[in-house]
Structure formats: C-alpha cells, structure tokens
Design a protein around this ligand. Structure first.
Ligand SMILES: C[S@@+](CC[C@H](N)C(=O)[O-])C[C@H]1O[C@@H](n2cnc3c(N)ncnc32)[C@H](O)[C@@H]1O
Length: 511
C-alpha cells in the first residue's frame, strides 16, 4: 500500500502520450497515484467484431469483442494467485450466471481495473462506459476494486432513438457509465448544470422590468419562525402572514448590478431596515393586495444540476464522425472531464480508440495519455488533434506545438515505474529462489526438471521486460542457462515447456 503521508507520485510519462499496446502492460508500468481521472470505454462483451468502414479516416481499425477462457488462461491464473476473494468470487459468479465468455471478459477487466485503481490519485475518479451486456457484472467488479461506498452514479446515456421494433422486448437505446471515486469523501467535483427548459423559463420567469436585469420570478420575503421580535413587526403597512417572519435575502441572491444598489453595510442592517433597503432599491414586487415578494432573477440561476440521465447528447454524426467503430461523442466526455477534473490534471483513457477522451481533455486544458492496441489509433489521433489545433478552440502551449501539430508522444515500450511504491527486487533474490528449488547441491530447473548446480542457473524475468514484465521478486525465477536461452524474450513458461516436451518427444522418436 502507498504511504498515506507521502506526496502523490509524478506521472512517469509525458503529456499527450499515446501507447499502442495491450493496456495491461502499459498500466502496470504507470506510477501509482499519478492519474487524476480515468475514462474508459472498453469492449462491452457484445460478441461482435468491429470494423471501421473502408475509406473512413479509421479504415483498418478493428477489434474483436468475443471472449473465451482459453484465450485468458495466463490472466486467469494471475487473478487466482492474487488471492482477492471479492474479485475472485465476482468473476466466478459472473461465469456461473452467464457462462465462460462472460467470465473471460471479467478476468480481462478485473486485472485492468486493479491497475487503474492503483494508478489513480487518492482523490481521483473513474468513468467506466459499458452497456447492459455486462454492466451489472462490471458494477460488481468496480465495487470489489473501489469499494461499494465509492460508487457515485450509474449514468444512463440515451445514445440512439431506435426506429424499428425490437424483438419482443423494449428497444435498447442507452449505454451505462459508472462513476466511481477512489476516496469516499475527498475527490474532485465541479457541479455541472444543464440550461433550464425554455418552456419552464417562459412559464416561471414571467416578469421583466426592462431595466437590463432580465426576467425574474418572485419569492416570499418571509420564512419560518426565525429572527428576533422585529421580524414579526409590520413593514410598510404589510404584516408577515400567520406563523411566518420577515426573512430578507442576502445581497448575493441578486445579480451583482442589482446587489450594488443596496447600501454597502446592508448585511449589518436589522430585518426591517433590510426590507426597506430592498424596497428602495426596487428589488421587491408588491402584489395587488399589498404583499411584498423579492425578485429572483433568472440570471442568478445556473440551470438544473446535471442528472444521471443524459438525453441531450446525440450520438456522433457529421463532421465529428471519424469512422472509428464505437466512437463516442466529444460532448459526453467533455461533460465528465469538466465535472471530475481540474485544468492541468492528468486524464487517462486505456481503451482510447479514436481519442475522444483525449480531444475532450485537450479542449478543457487537461493533460492526457491514451492507450489502444490498434495502431490505426495513431493516425486518427494525430488527425483529430490537428483539427483541434486548426480550430484553435483551446490553449496549446507553444512548447507542445510541432509544425502546428500538438506534439504526440509515441513511446515504443510500456513505461517503467519510478514511484517509491513499485515492487522491488530483493537484494538476495538468487538465494531466495535457490532455497525455493529444494535441497542439495544440485536442484531441479523449473522448466526441464534436470538437476543442476547453482552456477548453472540464470535469473530470468518470467514475463520478459520487453513485454512489460517488471524487475520485482514476483516476476523472477531461476532457470538453467540452457532453458533460459531457449525462452529468450519470446516465450512464456508454458510455451517453453511445450517446446521442451516437443524436443524430448522428437529425441525419443528418433531413438
Ligand atoms: C469501445 S472502443 C473505444 C472507443 C472510444 N471511446 C472512442 O470514442 O473512440 C474500445 C477500444 O479498445 C481497444 N482495445 C481492446 N482491447 C484492448 C487492449 N487489451 N488494450 C488496449 N486497447 C484495447 C480497441 O482497439 C478499441 O479501440
């Protein structure tokens, strides 16, 4: 566990980095606690193969959304070895309810969510985009990794309006986005608002004094039974209604230019003097039967607090469409990034596709990094960033510009962790591993099983470093020099064993 008293680690990569790789390898190389916000839109377990249309900017992009436990053997073993009961039972439960494909998908997601959680800063947040194919299982997975009390919202995004009939069910028109935070109470939150419905405004803000302050509605100048005896006295021949007391609003309830009409020491006035000051400033409206109410201006209202049901953002169309299968609208990701990060924060999308999250982050002045396994993502990301920079709707610092293009870093390898929390190699790891091989002067090589002296063994990275393996005790073993040479940088342990078996078989067949 990271030390809670230490400073969050710095990202061990540059702003505007795109890795073309399996995101698990990259995530494992990212420093702990250096990311402010993760937005991810993984495959949904839809059992489809997504192809970008030929001729589109994304032509060639393809990903399969079909899952088998056979294809997930190594990751399943890892998950079992991680010995996290909540995670394990969630994954197995999904498999029991929905079959092997769902279990394989959950194994895939579980390992990645664990790394994402680790890489998030203590006040960071996560938006996980999915749909009802697997949303109910994914939520349980997020509960296991983040804690069920870190769940903030299940957002429903209405992504289409189906015109055709469904097959004996309701039309499936929406996606789900889970919003989690790493901390239960200390996280970035910038309240977002939606403009009021014009019809509501027309009906509710019926007055306008044509004095430049705009439309207003009226609100009672009285409140519950609070305030001293003066609050029950008559004010300019008006009495507070039975059981109510005068309760004049604070100056900041009004637009600044209206508030400026009140005396400078207004807040120190007694209740009746405040009511008089409001009346003198023209901020009260009297009804025909002599009841004063104060003017509540539309310009002081920010709109409706953003809801967990989003119906106003249409699917990608027109100029925004890059041709990338499953592209999501920029407006949706701008909405999430604005709510849950601050300028200069680091935003990561581990399944970035055609860079929607990254373009949204760029527009809002955030730093970002993306990962996608499909190299078509490079060209399309560059193209979209170029369009952004041409549109000049955002501030790109001059250092980041190269011939008019926001600089895009394309590291050839996953990053290597530099944070103090990274798993380390024990200084006496050779001795530890030697002891684990048994007793005696000669001990069995874990691959070929031949007994050898200590000097005949090499220290091997189980997951090769070139493939993102880390230099830590968990990823080290002793292999005899001959097996180590055969394994090289290419083979996994099971591939090595198969190769040795085939060689033995051949030797046997040849007599
Ligand atoms: C649903 S799409 C993301 C679309 C993206 N939100 C957008 O607006 O373009 C999922 C993406 O995940 C990528 N992907 C699938 N498996 C991956 C893996 N193991 N590592 C990295 N990327 C992966 C696919 O290539 C695909 O681009």
């Amino acid at each position: 566990m990271p030390d809670p008293t230490s400073e969050p680690a710095k990202p061990n990569f540059l702003n505007r980095t795109l890795w073309i790789d399996d995101n698990l390898k990259v995530l494992r190389g990212i420093n702990s606690e250096c990311i402010d916000l993760v937005c991810l839109d993984p495959p949904f377990n839809s059992k489809r193969l997504y192809n970008a249309p030929l001729g589109s900017g994304a032509a060639g992009a393809q990903f399969s959304d079909t899952w088998t436990m056979d294809g997930m053997k190594a990751e399943w073993t890892e998950l079992q070895e991680a010995a996290d009961p909540a995670l394990y039972h969630t994954v197995v439960g999904a498999g029991l309810s929905a079959g092997d494909a769902m279990q394989a998908y959950m194994v895939f997601m579980a390992l990645r969510l664990v790394e994402i959680w680790r890489a998030l800063k203590p006040n960071g947040g996560l938006y996980l985009h999915c749909d009802p194919h697997a949303s109910h299982y994914l939520k349980q997975l997020c509960d296991s990794v983040f804690g069920h009390n870190r769940f903030r919202n299940e957002i429903v995004w209405k992504r289409t309006s189906t015109k055709s009939l469904g097959t004996q069910r309701y039309a499936r028109d929406s996606d789900r986005i889970f919003y989690y935070t790493k901390s239960q109470s200390d996280f970035v939150w910038n309240q977002q608002y939606r403009p009021h419905d014009p019809e509501y405004v027309r009906m509710s803000y019926r007055y306008d004094d044509e004095d430049g302050l705009g439309p207003y509605q009226t609100q009672p100048l009285t409140g519950g039974k609070r305030g001293g005896p003066l609050a029950y006295e008559s004010f300019r021949d008006a009495e507070p209604s039975t059981g109510r007391a005068w309760s004049p609003p604070r100056r900041d309830k009004f637009p600044p230019s209206a508030g400026a009409k009140l005396p400078a020491d207004y807040e120190q006035f007694d209740v009746l003097a405040k009511c008089e000051a409001l009346d003198d400033a023209g901020l009260l409206r009297w009804s025909e039967n002599g009841i004063p109410r104060y003017k509540s201006y539309l310009s002081t209202k920010q709109g409706n607090p953003a809801s967990d049901i989003i119906t106003h953002i249409p699917p990608v169309a027109g100029k925004e469409a890059s041709g990338w299968p499953t592209q999501k609208p920029l407006a949706l990701y701008e909405h999430f990034i604005a709510a849950s990060s601050n300028p200069d924060d680091m935003v990561l999308d581990p399944f970035c596709g055609c860079a929607t999250t990254m373009v949204a982050a760029e527009r809002l002045g955030r730093r970002w990094a993306g990962i996608d396994i499909d190299e078509v993502a490079i060209g399309i990301t560059q193209k979209r960033l170029q369009e952004e920079s041409d549109a000049a709707v955002h501030n790109v610092d001059l250092e980041g510009l190269r011939e008019g293009l926001p600089l895009l870093h394309l590291p050839p390898k996953p990053p290597v962790r530099t944070d103090p929390d990274r798993p380390m190699r024990s200084p006496n790891i050779r001795a530890i591993l030697w002891a684990a091989l048994g007793e005696g002067d000669r001990r069995p090589c874990p691959a070929c099983q031949r007994h050898k002296y200590l000097d005949d063994f090499d220290l091997d990275h189980i997951q090769p470093r070139a493939k993102g393996g880390i230099d830590a005790d968990d990823n080290l073993q002793l292999l005899c020099t001959s097996c180590n040479r055969t394994k090289g940088q290419r083979l996994t342990m099971s591939e090595l064993r198969q190769q040795l078996l085939a060689r033995d078989q051949q030797g046997f067949d040849n007599g």
